[in-house]
Design a protein around this ligand. Structure first.
Ligand code: MN3
Length: 205
């Protein structure tokens, strides 16, 4: 079955002023679409891999045939990462996590403020293109960055929250000021969606 570009769950101007409308249009309609198209192209002659869920495909990236492995890693990762990214943002969002997620963040990183500082360090310290992550490793939370479109799924972790730090995610509005983009991004994080992902990961679903 072919992989499909999901619709944005809100209008392209809904995340103004943190993320501008044109960036959202290009990011979703062109960049994310290209990952989906190129993933489908890579899987064209592989009915067995087409039958797998995107998550299983990425968890098992090392067993994907070598001639298409890089294409699946980059484009399958890109598809999964962006599908998550749209979902964990929203209009009238921001603020702070609550409940279980808040407790886990506090006990792992010290406080929500410490967590934000550490994620910003990971996001701004990633040289070139990549993502900064909050991930569930099966026992606890981890915070790190990955290069390119690599997903925590590729190392057996569940992505809880991910911040896209490719230049295409922010350059139109922020140019080279990645730290300003990271600061503004907190205003559009949908903590309810992040908490749902955390609960799901913890229960192993
Ligand atoms: Mn992107």
């Amino acid at each position: 079955m072919a992989h499909v570009l999901p619709n944005l769950p809100y209008p392209t101007d809904a995340l103004e002023t943190s993320i501008d409308k044109m960036t959202m249009e290009i990011h979703h309609d062109r960049h994310h679409k290209a990952y989906v198209d190129n993933l489908n192209k890579a899987l064209e002659a592989h009915a067995d891999l087409q039958a797998k869920s995107l998550e299983d495909l990425l968890r098992g990236i090392q067993s994907v045939p070598q001639d298409i492995r890089t294409a699946v890693q980059n484009n399958g990762g890109g598809h999964h990462n962006h599908s998550m990214f749209w979902e964990i943002m929203g209009p009238k969002a921001g603020g702070e996590p609550s409940g279980d997620l808040k407790s886990a963040i506090d006990s792992t990183f010290g406080s929500f403020a410490d967590f934000k500082t550490k994620l910003k360090t990971a996001a701004t310290g990633r040289f070139g293109s990549g993502w900064a992550w909050l991930a569930w490793d099966g026992k606890g939370l981890q915070l790190y960055s990955t290069a390119n479109q690599d997903s925590p799924l590729m190392q057996g972790h569940a992505p809880i929250l991910g911040l896209d730090v490719w230049e295409h995610a922010y350059y139109l509005k922020y140019q080279n000021k990645r730290p300003d983009y990271v600061d503004a991004w907190w205003n559009v994080v949908n903590w309810k969606a992040v908490a749902d992902r955390f609960a799901k990961a913890k229960s192993g679903r």
